[in-house]
Design a protein around this ligand. Structure first.
Ligand code: AMP
Ligand code: TRP
Length: 322
């Protein structure tokens, strides 16, 4: 498999990002060619400030490394440092019917949450994502469930390109983890996101984690049971299961007859422990910007050649003189 995935530096990376995406990356990098990107040009399609973008970009790279992305096994890249992403994205956005972009659920959600910040960049976001993926001959994309529509659109764009200009791109497939959809601790009907207080950041200190779990909403009733009518407890059970390695049924049995309080207390400690290694590694990397720049340079060296080849091939196929 050839693996590509990315996260937007638009806030702190949280346990949803970890369980949905990064956890898979760490395993996949051992046996496959893998590229992991911090997609900063995607991050500017939603509101941001200079300071936030700079900090979130560096933090994301620290988080990748501390979580176990190994720059000796994979290529860690910063999207903006490889301009071929933008060039291919322009070509894709020019050959794709406008209506295909307007249908994307994440676009509609963002229009709703930030109606005063709806830009051309936000609309064409999936063309840039398709470029990220297709530049590298990617076959599999480890992501959370919310990215499925983007993956489908990538395949639609690839098929359209192939139909018009001749077979160029392969079909890509998403790889979904068990924690592919972790919900907000404050509203279990919405996914955990980087904005607000809905999630636990990988870099949260233990007391913050304890406090957030304590304040997490629960369902009516007292039973620790997984089910459609118990979205809050189901979500906490999923998180418990992912961090402890225990099956959900096993956890339900363990807490039969016990209350939410005890369950939450234990869950907080399991997360705090699960992130202990991460916290220690992160402290070592933090503030070492030179090290980060070095890693990005070597990631770019590994990845860019292939991006250039793909782009050259695409340009030739569509009649751009090179
Ligand atoms: P984003 O935070 O939108 O940049 O997402 C980065 C990666 O994390 C993508 O693969 C997402 O699908 C995944 N992801 C984001 N939020 C969640 C969530 N609440 N549960 C599981 N995966 C998620
Ligand atoms: N759209 C993805 C998200 O919000 C981020 C992303 C950009 C991505 N390009 C990608 C993910 C390529 C996988 C592959 O999470």
């Amino acid at each position: 498999m050839r693996i590509f995935s990315g996260i937007r530096p638009s806030g702190k990376i949280h346990i949803g990002n970890y369980l949905g995406a990064i956890k898979q990356w760490i395993e996949l990098q051992n046996k496959n060619e893998a590229i992991f990107a911090v997609v900063d040009y995607h991050a500017i399609t939603t509101p941001f400030t200079k300071k936030e973008l700079e900090n979130d970009t560096l933090d994301a790279i620290f988080d990748y490394l501390a979580a176990g992305v190994d720059p000796n096994k994979s290529a860690l890249i910063l999207q903006s440092q490889i301009p071929e992403h933008l060039e291919l994205s322009w070509i894709f956005s020019s050959i794709t019917p406008l209506s295909w972009f307007g249908r994307v659920p994440t676009y509609k959600e963002k229009v709703e949450s930030n109606p005063e910040y709806v830009s051309l960049g936000l609309l064409s976001y999936p063309a840039l994502m398709a470029a990220d993926i297709l530049l590298y001959g990617t076959t599999h994309i480890p992501v959370g469930e919310d990215q499925i529509p983007h993956i489908e659109l990538t395949n639609d764009i690839a098929r359209r390109f192939n139909n018009i200009f001749g077979k160029t791109f392969k079909r890509i497939k998403p790889l979904l983890a068990q924690g592919a959809r972790i919900m907000s601790l404050q509203n279990p009907l919405k996914k955990m996101s980087k904005t607000g207080d809905s999630g636990i950041a990988l870099s949260d200190e233990p007391d913050i984690i304890r406090d957030k779990i304590k304040k997490a909403v629960t369902d009516s009733g007292t039973e620790i049971k997984y089910g459609y009518d118990k979205p809050a407890i189901s979500n906490l059970l999923t998180i418990y299961s992912e961090f402890s390695g225990k099956k959900i049924a096993e956890i339900e049995k363990e807490y039969a007859g016990k209350g939410y309080g005890e369950f939450k207390k234990d869950l907080a400690e399991i997360i705090v422990n699960g992130l202990k290694d991460f916290r220690e590694k992160r402290k070592k990397f933090a503030d070492n910007k030179d090290y980060i720049l070095q890693i990005l340079k070597s990631g770019k060296e590994k990845a860019q050649k292939q991006a250039q080849q793909t782009l050259k091939n695409v340009k030739e196929k569509i009649g751009i003189i090179i």
